[in-house]
Design a protein around this ligand. Structure first.
Ligand code: SF4
Length: 450
C-alpha cells in the first residue's frame, strides 16, 4: 500500500524553500526546526524568495509594526502566486495563534495556502501533504507537538545552539499578548533537556542558549522536582561545554540561588537580561509586573555585587497609557542608578485583547519625545561601560563576517559585548583573545592577540 510519503517522495526534489522570521529567539529556533523539516522532505534552502516553491513567514505580534509588516510582505506575493499557482505560501508563528490576526489572513489573503501555529510545527509534513492532496487552503493551529520529544534543528551554525526549556507564560503582563499566543507555561523534562545539551556538546557545539519566556519559573507546576538554578548547574557540568547562556528572566522570580549558581560556574556566561519595562512602581503595578522599583534595583544590585564582571541588559517600554512625566523620570532614574550595558527600548504598542489595549493611549509626540530622552540618557551610559574594556584582553567567540567590512569579524565576549576584530574568516567558530583598543556605545573593537 503506497503511503502519502512515498507518493510525494520525488515531488520535493529540486524544489526550494524560503523562510522569513520575525521576532524573538524562540521564533528563530522554531524556524530552525521548520527548516530542518523542509530539508528532510527534500526542499533546498534559497535566500531568494521569488525563486522559492515554499515561502514561509514565521510571525511575531509583540508589537503592531511587526504585524503590519507581515501583511505588507504577504500582499506583495499576490502577483507571484497568480503567475505561479504551484508555489505554496504559508504563514505560521505567534500571529496565527491568535484569532484576530489569523482571520485577517484567512479573510484578506487568498494567496496564503497553509496556516499553522507555534505548537504543531512537527505536523508540517502532514499539513503539506493535506494541501497537495486537496489543493484547498489548510488552516491548523492544534497543539500536537510533544514538548519532550527529541527533535532536530538546522542550527544557525555548528558552534552555537538554542535549546527550549519551556514554553508559554502565566504572568499576563497587561500589555503583553504572549500568554495568548504561546499559551500556559509548560516545562520540558530535565532528562530531555540534558540529553539534547549532551548531544549538542558531543557534536562540537561550544555555546548553548536556553530559551523560555520566563526561564526563572522553570519547573513550576511540573510533575518533577527541578528548579531553574538546579537545571542550569546540571547543564553547566556537561564536560566540554564552553559557554552557557539563558533568556528571558522575570525580576519577580530572580532567586539568590540562581545568582549563586551563576557565580560558582565559570562556563555560565556573566551576562543577564533582566527586563525592567518601567522604573515607576505605579506603572509596574498597572502593567501587572509583580515587582516594584525597589525590588528591581535590589535584584540588579545584588547581581552586580555578587558578580562584578557581569553585564546587564534590559527591556524598557516608553509611553504605557498610565505613564506620566513623573513616572518617566522614575524610569530614567533607575537607568542611571543601575547602569545598564545595553537595552531593548520600545514605544508602547497596544495589542489586541490585552488589558492595556482598553486604556486611552498617550499622544504619540509625547511618547516620541520621551523615547528620544531615554536614548539620550542610556547611550552615554553604554559608552562608559564599553570604555571600561579598553586596554583589557578578552576572550571572544567569533561568529561571522562584519556586515560593513569583509576584513573584520564580529563575535561576543562572555558578557555578550559585541566585538569587532580584523581576522581571517577561518577563525569563525573559534575562541580568540582580543586586546581592546576602542569602543562605541554598542561595540568594542581591538586587535587579535596571537
Ligand atoms: S512575562 Fe510578561 S512580558 Fe514576558 S512574555 Fe510573559 S506576559 Fe509577556
Amino acid at each position: 500500500m503506497q503511503t502519502i510519503k512515498d507518493k510525494y517522495k520525488d515531488y520535493f526534489k529540486g524544489k526550494k524553500y524560503n523562510i522569513t522570521t520575525f521576532g524573538c529567539q524562540m521564533n528563530e529556533h522554531d524556524s530552525e526546526r521548520i527548516s530542518y523539516i523542509l530539508e528532510d522532505l527534500g526542499y533546498e534552502k534559497t535566500d531568494d524568495r521569488d525563486q522559492a516553491d515554499f515561502i514561509l513567514f514565521n510571525t511575531c505580534l509583540v508589537r503592531e509594526n511587526a504585524e503590519l509588516k507581515l501583511y505588507g510582505q504577504v500582499s506583495s506575493l499576490k502577483r507571484l502566486k497568480k503567475e505561479n499557482p504551484d508555489k505554496i505560501i504559508s504563514v505560521s508563528g505567534c500571529m496565527m495563534q491568535t484569532s484576530t490576526a489569523r482571520e485577517v489572513i484567512v479573510n484578506n489573503h487568498d494567496e496564503v495556502d497553509l496556516i499553522f501555529g507555534t505548537k504543531n510545527i512537527n505536523s508540517l509534513p502532514d499539513l503539506i501533504y493535506k494541501y497537495l492532496e486537496s489543493g484547498e487552503r489548510v488552516v491548523d493551529i492544534s497543539s500536537d507537538d510533544v514538548k519532550d520529544d527529541f527533535v532536530k534543528y538546522n542550527n544557525k551554525n555548528d558552534f552555537q545552539a538554542y535549546v527550549n526549556i519551556m514554553r508559554g507564560c502565566d504572568n499576563f503582563c497587561s500589555y503583553c499578548i504572549v500568554p495568548q499566543s504561546r499559551g500556559r507555561e509548560e516545562s520540558r523534562r530535565p532528562s530531555a533537556i540534558l540529553a539534547e545539551c549532551e548531544n549538542l556538546v558531543k557534536d562540537g557545539f561550544k555555546e548553548i542558549t536556553l530559551l523560555g519566556q520566563n526561564v526563572n519559573s522553570y519547573g513550576n507546576k511540573a510533575d518533577f522536582n527541578m528548579t531553574f538554578p538546579q537545571l542550569l548547574e546540571k547543564i553547566s557540568q556537561i564536560p566540554g561545554l564552553k559557554r552557557l547562556r539563558f533568556t528571558t528572566s522575570h525580576p519577580k522570580d530572580l532567586s539568590d540561588e540562581l545568582i549563586e549558581v551563576m557565580k560558582n560556574n565559570d562556563n555560565i556566561c556573566k551576562f543577564f537580561h533582566l527586563p525592567l519595562q518601567s522604573g515607576s512602581s505605579k506603572v509596574l503595578k498597572d502593567m501587572n509586573r509583580k515587582y516594584d522599583q525597589e525590588k528591581y534595583i535590589e535584584r540588579a544590585k545584588k547581581l552586580k555585587r555578587e558578580i562584578p564582571e557581569l553585564a546587564l541588559s534590559t527591556d524598557i517600554i516608553v509611553g504605557y497609557p498610565t505613564e506620566t512625566e513623573e513616572d518617566f523620570q522614575e524610569t530614567l532614574k533607575v537607568c542611571r542608578e543601575v547602569g545598564f550595558d545595553q537595552a531593548y527600548t520600545f514605544k508602547y504598542s497596544p495589542r489586541p485583547k490585552t488589558r492595556a489595549a482598553k486604556l486611552e493611549p498617550i499622544d504619540e509626540t509625547i511618547v516620541q519625545d520621551r523615547f528620544d530622552r531615554l536614548l539620550d540618557t542610556i547611550y552615554p551610559i553604554f559608552n562608559e561601560k564599553n570604555k571600561e574594556y579598553i586596554g583589557k584582553t578578552v576572550e571572544v567567540l567569533l561568529e561571522s563576517v562584519s556586515k560593513n567590512n569583509p576584513q573584520v569579524l564580529t563575535g561576543r565576549t562572555d558578557s555578550f559585548k559585541l566585538v569587532h576584530v580584523k581576522a581571517d574568516k577561518s577563525l569563525i567558530g573559534q575562541f580568540v583573545k582580543v586586546k581592546i583598543t576602542d569602543n562605541t556605545s554598542f561595540t568594542i573593537s581591538g586587535d587579535l592577540v596571537e
